[in-house]
Design a binder for this molecule. Sequence first.
Ligand SMILES: Cc1ncc(COP(=O)(O)O)c(C=O)c1O
Length: 393
Amino acid sequence: MADYGSSDLYRSPRYSASLADAVKGFTTSPMWDDWDLDGLLVDVPTAYATKLGVKYGIFCSSGTAGLHASLMALPLRPGDEIILPCMTFIRCATPLLHLGLIPVLVDIDPSTGNLDPDSVALAISSKTKAVLAVHMWGIPADMQRLVSICKDRDLYLIEDFSHAHFSRHTDGFVGSFGDLSYGSMQRKKTLSVGEGGLIVTNDEETYFRLRQITSPGSFKGTSNYNEFSGFGLNLRMSPFSAFVAKELLGSVDRIVSDRAAQAFAFSELLGQFPEHVVAPEVPAYAEVVSAYGYKPRLGPKGTLDMLRKANQSKLWRFGEFSYGHLKDDVFWNKSTDYYPFCQAIRPRLIAEYPGYEKYMDGRVGLSVPTVEAEYWTATERSRWADALRQAFT
Ligand SMILES: Cc1ncc(COP(=O)(O)O)c(C=O)c1O
């Protein structure tokens, strides 16, 4: 039996000889020495945006930089409130602190782990200016309802598609609903360039503001080349990463469909053992789940050890569910001592989080490997079915 334990199946971007050759060629090309890097930093993100059905794309240095730049691009002021899910990656909150914005942590839908629209509506105050929807593990958030709430209450909607590159909602790709959307392209993500991020928007003015913010100071294509000097934080993507993104573009559809197929096949397997383990729920409006992570729940008879025992080939990775409530994050608890500049900022909490409690009950961590479909073969699947059967009896 194959043992994938020491292989690089989780390495991302996956090594390929053709990518290595292409990168080598890049270092000797004139593009390497181009200050504006328009070919890579305008054309390539635009191609990604077009694929998502959005007009403009900007590459930045990370997902965190993507949120930081997005918040700076909107007319927000210190003290404004931004609604975000109580369970997500901490860096969905970090840029808010740097900009003096107040995170409002609201409850999640227990079936998807994403923002619960009813809780969003209840948490809106006169200070609320924007909602940040994160598509956790690749499962689209309820965009129809979130778009409608944001329109009715005149709020900006930002999407974080770090976990959900090219996941599709019946109404469009995730990332195509927000006023602004961003996603991490860091080494573990489904579409990875090592470190990097993509921001997309349909609004031309926002696009230019984003270019101003992510640029090292000035950029071509504006009426005054130096107009924006001084504002840029140089949050743009490195030329190496942008080059990898260019090379990756042709493989996007295959990578996404592999991920979606692996997650689906695994759910089908788990469906045979409902008393032991319950596959993640996929809402009816989700057409494609480009699964970044895979987080089932243990049933009354299941344990994490049983699942680990079944994972003999180590093709998948198991662990405790690693995300907790953001209110408990060490960042809030230590910031008074460590980060005086944001010590006045504490998240605004709502009274209760029943959706979060329900979501966490029995939840286990499981990572979909970054493997090509060839590894997730019929043999591997039937071996899994046998191993699960053995582990659960
Ligand atoms: C949902 C989510 N948003 C944002 C980020 C931050 O992205 P980056 O690591 O590229 O800064 C991550 C993690 O990488 C994430 O998982």
